[in-house]
Design a protein around this ligand. Structure first.
Ligand code: ADP
Ligand code: MG
Length: 464
């Protein structure tokens, strides 16, 4: 059942979001959103925008969606996803007048079959829209294999890799393809947070309803043919949810239903996850996605540019190269830089050139690269000293590993915003004092050792 969105609460949502944004982006993109209705059962909030450019910016900029959903969660005390549709003023007022009537955004939903809610799956996240490069070709191939042969190719399939590298995209692509080839199969995509939220809601319900709701939860997840569960790392430390997931997993698995899981880490490094789970993940197909190389980044941007209504001339191609050089570790941010700069140039009615891009993408040209990850540092250091990532993460104390390890720890501290304990975690769970010691040692050595200082400079160039 849809109901009207409480205006005061909506104001609170906006004021909460505004704290995370610049005044300009808040005023331009968030303020004009019109709250229509909310559907508690479907955990969905429907919003309208009067201009395409506004709804487009949300469909292209997952960070904005995440920000909004986070604030909504805070204010409405429950998980909701948002759907934004462009509508005319008349359409909007007719929906607001007849609040009990379903909004236009929801009319396409087949109410009898919740598993076919296409909007669980982003229509843009298809195999056709996925650019293949050396960093993801394996993950792409096994995903396609699963999509074409659910329950027979690889089960479960475990995809892992850093944030913004295409895990969710591939997972949705699997969902789309399975539904296309086997419309009778029940495909359910769920984020680990939604799964947890569902369970918690059932467990915290009034005692008289609890049994019914817990059973409804169980049957919802155990009656699907394909379960796509995203960002499993969020199960870490949540014991009760892990146990429930474990039962869901084994039930589905024993019925030979396809399960696909994503994570931001290798199962071995999901330290606070029940070993019964991680060992099952590792027992089958695991595919990782790495950061894209320059050519792949350019290819992704070009593909993206084709979807935008822009003239692709030499200036534009230079802008693509510039962005691809600068944003290295996260496809989401890569795309968002391009979308933003295109948006700015349309808005200001100025031609998009390298100069214009430099002036308007100040964040990517000035930040103390928050985007750089420890993984990228480790990779560069290992390449330089010709050792393996596993060695740098291991506890081996020989100088040939220990010294590069200290350099890598130093660079992680210099180039990322991560704390000493977080860096320690990324180096095989070391104590933060070890990282601090390494940092100080290298810092002092640089001052007295010109060769080392040169090496560090080169490494920094390489990484940034
Ligand atoms: P993750 O789930 O790994 O954090 P996403 O799947 O959400 O990352 O990807 C972030 C954004 O980057 C999405 O908009 C996605 O479409 C895009 N993207 C990632 N990899 C590719 C690729 N190889 N080709 C095209 N788009 C990509
Ligand atoms: Mg994701």
């Amino acid at each position: 059942m849809e109901k009207k969105i409480d205006e005061l609460k909506w104001k609170d949502v906006l004021s909460d979001v505004s704290e995370e944004l610049t005044q300009v982006s808040f005023n331009t993109w968030f303020q004009p959103l019109i709250p229509l209705t909310m559907d508690e059962e479907r955990e969905t909030i429907y919003l309208a925008a009067k201009e395409d450019i506004i709804s487009n910016i949300f469909s292209r900029n997952p960070r904005y969606v995440e920000l909004l959903e986070k604030s909504i969660k805070k204010i409405f005390k429950s998980n909701y996803r948002i759907i934004i549709k462009t509508m005319t003023g008349d359409e909007i007022s007719s929906i607001l007048k007849a609040e009990s009537r379903a909004p236009a955004a929801a009319t396409s939903i087949d109410k009898d079959n919740p598993y076919k809610e296409e909007f669980y799956l982003n229509p843009k996240y298809t195999f056709e829209n996925f650019v293949i490069g050396p960093n993801n070709e394996y993950a792409h191939a096994v995903s396609l294999a699963v999509a074409e042969n659910p329950s027979t190719a690889y089960n479960p399939l475990f995809i892992y890799g850093g944030s913004g590298l295409g895990k969710t995209h591939l997972m949705h692509a699997i969902g789309h393809e399975i539904m296309r080839q086997n419309p009778q199969l029940k495909v359910l995509y769920v984020s680990t947070e939604m799964f947890t939220g569902d369970l918690v809601k059932a467990l915290q319900s009034a005692p008289s309803r609890r049994n019914t709701l817990v059973n409804a939860f169980k049957s919802k997840y155990r009656s699907v043919d394909v379960l796509l569960i995203d960002d499993i790392q969020f199960l870490e430390g949540k014991e009760q949810t892990q146990m429930e997931f474990f039962h869901t997993f084994t039930t589905l698995y024993s019925m030979n239903k396809q399960i696909v899981i994503t994570s931001d880490r290798h199962p071995k490094r999901l330290r606070e996850l029940d070993e019964r789970l991680t060992s099952r993940f590792m027992g089958n197909m695991m595919a990782d996605i790495q950061e894209p190389d320059f050519e792949t980044r350019v290819a992704i941007l070009r593909k993206k540019a084709n979807d935008e209504n822009v003239k692709i001339d030499d200036d534009f191609l230079d802008v693509i190269d510039l962005i691809a050089e600068k944003v290295k570790f996260n496809v989401r941010e890569l795309e968002s830089a391009l979308t933003r700069v295109i948006g700015f140039s349309k808005f200001k009615k100025q031609k998009l050139t390298v100069k214009f891009a430099r002036e308007h993408l100040t964040d990517i040209f000035s930040q103390k690269d928050a985007d750089i990850s420890c993984e990228a540092v480790k990779k560069a250091v290992c390449r330089k000293y010709n050792i393996k990532i596993t060695d740098i993460e291991s506890s081996k104390r020989n100088r040939e590993y220990a010294y590069p390890r200290q350099i890598a720890m130093y660079l992680c501290r210099e180039l990322t915003d991560l704390s000493f304990p977080k860096i320690g975690e990324s180096f095989g769970g070391r104590d933060h004092t070890t990282v601090l010691h390494a940092y100080e040692k290298i810092l002092n050595n640089i001052k007295i050792n010109e060769t080392l200082s040169e090496e560090i400079r080169n490494l920094k160039d390489d990484i940034q």
